[in-house]
Design a protein around this ligand. Structure first.
Ligand SMILES: [Zn+2]
Length: 176
């Protein structure tokens, strides 16, 4: 099986033949802003503050907060490989403030309940998807497996997907 070639945004190089292993990771399926931001009118965008990791939108009905996180989907029967996403999640205001309070606190660990705010290839479901977001010190927070989550995403975070399925999703994402 041949690997996946892609132009890397992180280091501006072209990576050839990536196979999802630690040495030759596949591209991260990454989203620049929460999906909702793409639907905001210009005057609404004026009230949004957006960085690489945080999005804060003041709306008449109250503020909405989004955080960019990491998510690893295991490859079934193949612990060498994993598929990585970097989606946005919406979190409660107090939880985002908790994250900001603990920036640089390498030892701090906690879990926040959130909802996916990016439509992920492979998980374009109708309703909102609940996720558990784990803080990881200086690393970007991580969506962890949740045995009570019976959505397709919840099942895959626990049980994994096939390598073929991962490669299909990544190739489709690169063609967008
Ligand atoms: Zn790179």
């Amino acid at each position: 099986m041949s690997g996946i070639d892609f132009d890397c945004r992180a280091c501006a190089a072209t990576h050839l033949g990536t196979d999802g292993t630690r040495d030759r990771p596949w591209p991260v399926l990454s989203f620049a802003v929460p999906d909702l931001v793409l639907r905001l009118a210009p005057h609404e965008l004026r009230d949004a503050e957006i960085t690489d990791d945080l999005c804060w939108i003041e709306r008449p009905e109250g503020a909405e907060q989004y955080v960019r996180v990491s998510m690893h989907v295991p490859i079934r029967d193949d612990p060498e490989r994993r598929m990585e996403y970097s989606p946005w999640v919406s979190l409660a205001e107090e939880d985002v403030l908790d994250i900001l309070d603990h920036l640089g606190d390498e030892a701090y660990r906690t879990v926040y309940p959130g909802r996916l705010a990016s439509a992920l290839p492979g998980y374009e479901t109708a309703g909102p998807v609940s996720v558990l977001v784990h803080s990881r010190g200086d690393l970007r927070p991580l969506i962890g497996p949740d045995p009570t989550n019976e959505s397709p995403l919840g099942r895959d975070l626990l049980g994994g997907i096939t390598r073929e399925e991962a490669e299909l999703r990544i190739r489709a994402f690169l063609l967008r």
